[in-house]
Write a protein that binds this ligand. Structure first.
Ligand code: PMP
Length: 376
């Protein structure tokens, strides 16, 4: 116990102690905390789907799927909803097969740890999500991390190391979660071909927000394995992996995070599928709203000569120390904006930040005023 208390004290002293915020409710572009309403610039519900009351009511009036699966898929926890949703996502990504995982975290954990066995290797972007890092840690194979978006560095590592291993997997996010910059998927495809690797892309932040067919940034590209989550732009919960049939069959047999966990309630699976099949007009409408807002916001940043690595709806404002980040976040809260401080280990030490996340329900005026407050 003493060690636990000491660690908590250390986190507190370093302004790194995390607390669950008291969220009362959320509605279009807004969040109520401790009874007070704020502009929500921190949501991953990029298309604003999760808070649309009319959508939810329409869905619930027609759907009476079970609220529990009561078991893992391989036992009794499967039902038609799962295969319907798997067919839907495989089609969106133009792949043979799909497998639903309970979360994006579990998808990356299960895919990487089972595919990178003894004698295999993973090459991973240095800023990939914790779930990818944890998958590599759990894997029996080895891993190397290349400098963020530095494909010359990746090629150097590939040419030095690739030959020593059997199966090799290159892994990258498409839209990076904390910087909003994007991978060069064409270059990654070139490298995976040249060095005989599998290419895995995590589309968590791009699925449904990018791509004509909603398939994110890897749409139409020769990517072998794609993971993505339903918990962000789809406004639902859960995740999936799409790939060739043998890969999906392999994961069904080997991915421990899939095998040993009770599957998501069917009602939630049905909700994801309903959004992706019956509500595509609304999805596209919201996607187009988001695209317009993102384009206006980036135009404004350019006009104001504010440099950013972001090319997307995720815009980091690097505030450096934990202390400063908390200060700016609290100032914004007092001005009616909810943008929590993002600190290590979510981001590298010294790069704490406010992660602005634009959704279809945000607006340009609020963003402009936000910049004014930050700079005043
Ligand atoms: N991959 C990335 C890039 C993410 O940002 C996240 C969640 N923030 C995940 C995977 C995990 O997804 P989930 O929340 O569904 O576990």
């Amino acid at each position: 116990m003493q060690k636990i208390l000491e660690e908590l004290e250390r986190l507190k002293a370093e302004n790194q102690l995390r607390k669950i915020p008291k969220v009362d409710s959320k509605s279009d572009g807004k969040i109520v905390l401790n009874g007070k309403e704020y502009i929500n610039f921190a949501s991953n519900d990029y298309l604003g789907i999760s808070t649309k009351t009319d959508l939810r009511e329409e869905f619930l009036s027609k759907n009476h799927s079970l609220l529990s699966s009561a078991s893992a898929r391989l036992l009794t926890g499967s039902s038609p909803e799962y295969s319907e949703l798997e067919t839907t996502v495989a089609k969106i990504f133009n792949k043979d097969s799909a497998l639903i995982f309970n979360t994006g975290y579990q998808a990356n954990l299960g895919v990487i740890s089972s595919l990178a066995g003894k004698g295999d290797v993973v090459f991973s972007d240095k800023l990939n999500h914790a779930s990818i890092i944890d998958g590599m840690r759990l894997a029996e194979g080895e891993f190397f991390r290349y400098k963020h978006l530095d494909y010359d560095n990746l090629e150097k590592i590939l040419s030095a190391k690739r030959e020593q291993y059997k199966r090799a997997i290159i892994v990258s996010e498409s839209v990076f979660s904390m910087d909003g910059d994007v991978a060069d998927i064409d270059r990654l495809v070139e490298l995976k071909k040249k060095y005989n690797c599998l290419l895995m892309i995590d589309e968590a932040h791009a699925f449904c927000a990018y791509g004509k067919n909603l398939a994110g940034l890897s749409e139409g590209k020769d990517v072998d394995i794609i993971t993505a989550t339903f918990g962000k732009a789809v406004g639902s919960f859960g995740a999936f992996c799409v790939s060739d049939k043998p890969v999906i069959e392999y994961l069904t047999n080997k991915a421990r995070s899939f095998i040993f966990s009770t599957s998501i309630p069917p009602i939630n699976i049905a909700w994801s599928n309903w959004i992706l099949t019956e509500k595509t007009d609304f999805v596209r409408e919201q996607k187009s709203k988001l695209e317009k807002l993102v384009s206006s916001v980036h135009k404004l940043l350019k006009e104001k000569e504010i440099e950013t690595v972001s090319q997307t709806h995720i815009i980091p404002i690097i505030t450096g120390s934990n202390e400063n980040t908390i200060k700016v976040s609290e100032k914004l809260l007092s001005e009616g904006y909810y943008i929590p401080a993002i600190r290590p280990p979510t981001v590298p030490i010294g790069t704490s930040r406010l992660r602005i996340s634009l959704t279809a329900d945000c607006n340009l005026n609020d963003f402009e005023r936000l910049l004014y407050i930050i700079n005043s």
